[in-house]
Design a protein around this ligand. Structure first.
Ligand code: PMV
Length: 326
């Protein structure tokens, strides 16, 4: 048994297929180089001590026997449930000291919940010499997300584990790497935090009102995702931009865009982006534009001018890994 381990996992940026991926369809997601770092130390006794300044919890203490209690603040619950699910699955128990440190603000919707969950479980697997493989890590982490949040396709968990860029089908039915170099992306934040479970529920209400139309939209999104997958390997950014615009129209038809997102998307296109769309659940959070390299600065300026904040991220970051400097 190791005494202390530090693991980092990347954040994510959805490129194509959001919402439809909740209903059995594929999506394409890239890992980004903003990372969540989690240090885990086995201690004597029966307490979990969590120091997570970015998750709004300093020296939070919980009894190991009571982990995952519903009354625990949501920000802490992912770590607490992750520990509980790991211990339950392996029949283990120990005192723990956990510290988390995030490169990115959790408000950006870059997947801090899935990254912290994956990093916590991978660190526990290292400490207790369990050698979980990626698939086992996915299953335990995804269960944890569902336990806390109730909904989600699992795409964010998969990309936090495998990293780079992946083609993902609901609940991890397919997780396949896409061969592509780093992408010429510009990301703009609207300043509004999105409520993912609420937006998923709104889309579900729409679906129940008109199944034929909404499943038709999901089918069209699936076609776009499959075409885009091929175009990434061919590096055809012009056509990928067009597909982003088409995907955005379909997301608009699902009522998940917002005036703020529309404004940033339109201004980036006017400034020369190949294409742009919202990224993630919608309602706020981020948009992403694919841009010719010589238009990058102009597109960034246009997004700022339209009231957005440009977030500098690199795509195709490495998946969850052990950090040497503890
Ligand atoms: O809000 P985000 O960035 O976690 O993205 C949600 C994407 C959805 O497809 C709407 C939900 C999901 O879990 O796939």
């Amino acid at each position: 048994m190791k005494k202390k381990v530090k693991i980092s996992a990347p954040g994510k940026l959805m490129l194509f297929g959001e919402h439809a991926v909740v209903y059995g369809k594929p999506c394409i997601v890239t890992a980004v180089d903003e990372r969540m770092k989690v240090s885990v130390e086995a201690t004597d006794g029966n307490l979990l001590t969590l120091n997570a300044p970015d998750l709004i919890a300093s020296d939070y203490v919980e009894k190991i026997d009571k982990l995952g209690d519903e009354s625990v603040p949501k920000e802490v619950r992912f770590v607490s449930k992750a520990v509980k699910n790991f211990f339950d699955s392996r029949g283990l128990k120990s005192g723990l000291k956990i510290e988390t440190k995030s490169d990115f603000s959790s408000k950006f919707g870059f997947g801090s919940s899935s990254a912290v969950t994956v990093a916590t479980i991978k660190a526990l697997s290292e400490i207790f010499d369990c050698n979980l493989d990626n698939r086992e890590l996915f299953e335990l982490s995804y269960k944890t997300i569902l336990d806390v949040q109730g909904v989600g396709s699992g795409f964010d968990v998969a990309v936090a584990i495998w990293g780079e860029m992946i083609y993902f089908v609901t609940k991890g039915k397919k997780i396949e790497k896409i061969d592509s170099p780093e992408l010429p992306l510009v990301v703009g934040y609207t300043g509004i935090k999105a409520d993912t479970p609420m937006l998923i529920s709104e889309v579900n209400k729409l679906l129940n009102k008109d199944k034929k139309r909404v499943f038709g939209i999901f089918d069209s999104i699936e076609k776009i995702v499959n075409e885009a997958r091929q175009l990434f390997t061919e590096r055809d950014y012009v056509k990928l931009g067009e597909l982003m615009n088409e995907n955005q129209k379909l997301l608009d038809a699902l009522n998940v865009s917002s005036p703020e997102l529309d404004k940033l998307i339109e201004s980036s296109k006017l400034a020369g982006a190949y294409g742009a769309k919202l990224s993630g659940a919608g309602g706020g959070d981020c948009m992403v534009a694919l841009v010719p390299p010589d238009k990058k600065v102009k597109v960034e300026g246009a997004i700022e001018e339209a009231g957005g904040t440009v977030i500098n991220v690199k795509s195709r970051a490495q998946g969850a890994r052990i950090e040497k400097n503890i």
